[in-house]
Design a protein. Structure first.
Length: 142
């Protein structure tokens, strides 16, 4: 399942607060922040059989190509790929349930992406599937 959770912003004379009150963080075990070296770099393909992820753009903008893996030993290279753009100004959280692969690219310099995961780092070695960047022929990133 690919899902977007909409947040909001409260602004007053003290500044602003961005929030996503509908995000239930009870499943989250860890988080990390991704900042690509430049806007040319495409990070992917990485997929997870067990782990789900939530993505939140702290600054800038990111493009995601997302694929639902059909066979973990030998996925079809022509699977449909969905493209999603997340911009920090939209204040949205992207949720990917287990079973998806992603390739992502910063679209603006110094973009930062906050990623939440529902398994600890000790599980990473058991649930990390990577494929060459050109593996899925329907990839739409620039």
């Amino acid at each position: 399942m690919i899902d977007r959770i909409q947040g909001g912003t409260a602004i007053d004379h003290r500044g602003q607060i961005r929030f996503i009150n509908d995000f239930d963080m009870s499943l989250v075990k860890r988080f990390y922040i991704i900042k690509n070296t430049d806007v040319e770099l495409i990070r992917g393909w990485r997929a997870h059989f067990m782990e789900q992820r939530w993505f939140y753009v702290l600054s800038g903008k990111f493009a995601f190509d997302i694929v639902k893996i059909d066979d973990w030993n030998q996925p079809s290279s022509d699977l449909p790929v969905e493209k999603i753009i997340l911009d920090n100004g939209e204040n949205q959280l992207l949720h990917l349930s287990a079973g998806y692969g992603t390739a992502l690219q910063a679209l603006e310099p110094d973009s930062e992406l906050l990623v939440f995961a529902d398994y600890g780092i000790d599980n990473a070695q058991n649930d990390d599937y990577t494929y060459p960047l050109d593996y899925f022929i329907n990839r739409k990133l620039t």
